[in-house]
Design a binder for this molecule. Structure first.
Ligand code: ZN
Length: 137
């Protein structure tokens, strides 16, 4: 979330410039303080995060949900999966948060499986299953 980034910058006493941004949904202009190098797109994104209209509310919650889901993918698959696998699973998180798909099961290899879906509390649930196989032939 950009609002969290700005909060951190403020705590670190980084210099911010006063400007304004427009909510992507209702167009409301909000006075904001952001780093000098931010583009209009980032300013508007930040203003949208700060806006109180219902669409922005929904957008903010959804964005938070995606960020948490992506973080879960990172923490569960960081140690042994490639960037390609992680970005695929993170893309799946986005689709599930946007309700384009309801769940996905990915068989990564013979041992590891990923299950991603909306959890009972509305967040993105990421599950990793590792099975060990023993076989003699
Ligand atoms: Zn708005």
């Amino acid at each position: 979330m950009l609002s969290e980034e700005v909060k951190k910058m403020r705590l670190q006493h980084m210099s911010l410039v006063p400007t304004e941004g427009a909510c992507k949904f209702c167009g409301q202009i909000t006075a904001i303080e952001v780093p000098e190098d931010w583009l209009d797109e980032e300013k508007n994104e930040y203003a949208t995060e700060m806006c109180k209209c219902p669409e922005a509310d929904w957008y903010r919650l959804n964005k938070l949900k995606k960020e948490k889901g992506r973080k879960r993918v990172r923490s569960l698959f960081e140690r042994d999966q490639s960037d390609a696998v992680k970005s695929f699973l993170q893309a799946a998180v986005e689709l599930i948060a946007d309700e384009d798909i309801s769940s996905i099961t990915v068989k990564i290899d013979d041992v590891t499986k990923a299950d991603i879906k909306t959890g009972s509390k509305g967040g993105i649930r990421v599950e990793r299953t590792d099975t060990t196989k023993q076989m003699e032939e």
